[in-house]
Design a protein around this ligand. Structure first.
Ligand code: GLA
Length: 697
């Protein structure tokens, strides 16, 4: 019987493609299947923001004994109360999962990225994995919002300690923390904020690390001015665009140390923009930060070591200056090694996010004696294929590239791609079990704005995909299994359709998914070849428009709709990463993209929750029905953290408003005295002068 069936299907394969199309079962779009149930393994304790923190002067302040003895008592540092701002940020003990902490020990991270240098506001990456998150502070903070009650969710104050809207809602006045200092003792004030805004966000020749542009804050009509050293005022074209408070958090509004950057910036020096960007290579030590830890040691392909910032401006309720951890390590390895080391106990932290490692990690963590705990959260990791929809010169494509862009803009072609994806199989190839779910694209199913009925899913069907390709004018005219451009296609007439897909090779998951996608595209006659880059160059190519398709791990906007909202649609010439203006500065938007932009703009300026929910339904429909981009898979990640650490909040997701390195509030994390280990490489030392070699004691 089995043999007979095989023979029959073999005979079927001899039928010509057109005969197949006639008998083919063409499938219709539907709603996506419900994802397999996968309950988060720990739930957050929901609180208000004022339960977590406040700004207040305390009667007395404390710091590690050795800092006082070796640095303050010897006159190397002013007393701690003089190093703190007038009113430090105070974390309340009642919200600390294990209460007031104690000083000492190290958090040993492992990362797959490599630092390009320290000039993050000119776009240099420090290698990711939370190294930059621990160094930079931003006007507001959103990572910990996963633990804030739904009806009280709004960005937390941070460098901006309070703000007020004008009556008409067009002006937002912010008070900065007063008297805080960079880690080298230089005052932090509105100069740093204005330097970031004027000479980075508004300067088109330079782009901060996470790509903030004027579009991030409402476009060219938005103004920012300093009223005095500690007061800044925004003016927006819209009334009450509270949404921008989210964009003032990590990634997009974290000022750099203007006192050492400004003299190198092309506007104030003879440097080129390139020279400016590269003025502070990884070897430059003691880079001034507002964050909890300062880089004091860099060994190429080996490790970056950071020590406590003696001017850090956050304390606990008993007046102990934070952070509790004196040192943090970033071993320069691979992302997969981060999982392995965290589970084995030779590293302390990992965002388990590559499903290929799930089964082994789970098995090892299940042992009672395992050094690390592992907890899964919601399904907030997802991958999407972004077709480059720009046909007016963005990224200067050649004739082939241009022809692909034209195809990308054709809905029939995008339908062919989505129908050709066997998402079930792609997910299972990563990991078997209830982890991965079919992802049509757009907002994740676990997001509060998600609506299944508004989500259009084009089921897997090779026949339908082939029929769609034909509709798009593509047939295999030379019989080599790959469809050809029509004879009259400009510059590429009759050639095989070959698509270059950009991926980041630092992650095995990207490679695994890409391989699956290549095979599935080949089945319908599309040849996909890979352009494999690392994290840093991938970003450059994406933002420069140098791709036909990009397979990309999604960013925060699809997990919350609130963070990076401007990336949900091309609301401005540079608001998203995959869809930017062409050489003439304009966006050649397709009609449905115009609608997406309207919806996202309405969402940004709405303060009515019901209306916002409705708008996101519309958004989801526009995105998934028109296949703005093509979703592949979504799955949950797990936080792995060594058991000796205290104050890890319950239910901390590895990714939501930000990554776990922000979410867990690392400056509050500590190791109880009886569990402390001897991992410090630079015990009892502090960062030295910027540019000097290493720490001082
Ligand atoms: C990388 C890692 C993530 C997370 C972020 C933090 O992207 O893959 O797990 O650590 O860095 O920026």
């Amino acid at each position: 019987m089995y043999r007979k069936l095989m023979a029959l299907s073999g005979a079927g394969m001899l039928l010509s493609a057109s005969a197949l199309a006639v008998h083919a079962q063409i499938v219709e779009p539907t709603t996506p299947p419900d994802p397999p149930v996968f309950p988060a393994q720990s739930e957050p304790v929901f609180v208000g923001i004022s339960d977590i923190m406040e700004y207040r002067a305390l009667d007395a302040y404390h710091e590690p004994e050795w800092v006082k003895e070796n640095f303050v008592d010897t006159g190397k540092l002013p007393p701690v109360e003089e190093r703190l701002p007038k009113e430090p940020l105070v974390y309340k003990a009642g919200n600390m999962p294990d209460g007031i902490g104690t000083y000492g020990d190290v958090m040993r991270h492992v990362i797959g990225g490599r630092p390009e240098g320290w000039n993050y506001i000119a776009g240099q990456s420090q290698g990711w994995g939370g190294i930059d998150i621990g160094m930079m502070e931003c006007l507001t903070r959103v990572g910990p919002l996963f633990t804030v009650k739904a009806d009280e969710v709004e960005p937390m104050p941070n460098l901006a300690k309070s703000w007020e809207w004008s009556e008409d809602g067009h002006q937002l006045t912010m008070q900065l923390i007063e008297g805080a200092k960079w880690s080298d003792g230089d005052p932090f004030d509105a100069d740093d904020v204005m330097f970031y805004w004027e000479d980075h966000v508004l300067d088109p020749n330079v782009s901060p690390l996470n790509g903030a542009t004027a579009d991030t804050f409402g476009g060219k009509g938005t103004k920012l001015e300093a009223l005095d050293d500690y007061t800044i005022r925004w003016t927006f074209e819209e009334a009450f665009p509270e949404q921008y408070l989210y964009q003032m958090a990590y990634g997009t509004f974290c000022p750099g140390p203007s006192h050492i950057l400004k003299p190198e910036h092309p506007k104030y020096s003879d440097n080129t923009y390139d020279q400016y960007q590269n003025a502070f290579p990884p070897e430059f030590m003691n880079w001034p930060v507002m964050g909890a830890w300062v880089p004091v040691e860099y060994r190429s392909d080996d490790i970056v070591v950071l020590r406590r910032n003696p001017y850090y401006w956050k304390v606990d309720e008993e007046g102990n200056q934070l952070p509790y951890l004196d040192e943090v390590h970033y071993k320069l390895s691979t992302w997969a090694d981060r999982d392995v080391q965290a589970v084995a106990g030779t590293g302390d932290f990992s965002n388990l996010e590559q499903p290929e490692n799930y089964v082994e990690s789970l098995r090892k963590a299940a042992d009672d004696n395992a050094p690390a705990r592992l907890a899964f959260g919601a399904r907030t990791i997802g991958y999407t294929v972004y077709p480059n929809l720009s046909a007016n010169g963005w990224g200067s494509p050649d004739a082939r590239g241009q022809a692909i862009r034209e195809l990308n803009r054709n809905l029939d072609f995008r339908k062919a791609i989505t129908h050709a994806l066997d998402r079930q199989r792609l997910g299972e190839a990563l990991v078997k079990g209830p982890f991965t779910a079919i992802y049509p694209g757009g907002l994740y199913s676990g997001t509060s704005f998600y609506d299944k009925e508004s989500t259009v899913y084009y089921p897997y069907s090779v026949e339908t995909a082939q029929a769609q390709l034909e509709k798009a004018g593509l047939t295999d005219t030379d019989g080599n299994g790959i469809v050809n451009f029509p004879e009259d296609a400009e510059g590429v007439g009759g050639q095989d359709v070959e698509i270059v897909m950009l991926i980041n090779g630092d992650y095995q998951t990207n490679r695994s998914l890409a391989e699956g996608i290549i095979a599935m595209m080949e089945r319908i006659g599309l040849r996909v070849v890979l352009n494999i880059q690392n994290s840093n160059t991938e970003q450059d190519l994406l933002q420069g428009g140098k791709f036909d398709w990009a397979l990309f791990r999604n960013s925060e906007e699809l997990a919350t709709a609130l963070k990076f909202t401007e990336r949900l649609a091309p609301v401005g010439p540079r608001s998203t990463w995959t869809r930017r203006a062409g050489t003439d500065g304009t966006l050649d938007l397709l009609p449905f993209e115009e609608e997406m932009v309207e919806v996202v703009n309405a969402f940004t300026s709405s303060r009515d929750n019901q209306e916002r929910l409705e708008l996101m339904k519309k958004y989801q429909k526009l995105y998934t029905e028109n296949l703005w981009a093509i979703g592949v898979t979504q799955y949950p990640g797990a936080l792995i953290i060594n058991k000796r650490f205290a104050n890890i909040p319950a239910g901390a997701p590895i990714f939501m408003f930000n990554w776990a390195e922000d979410n867990i509030i690392r400056e509050r994390v500590y190791v109880p005295k009886d569990k402390q280990q001897d991992y410090e490489l630079f015990a009892e030392t502090l960062p030295g002068e910027p540019g000097a070699d290493g720490p001082v004691n």
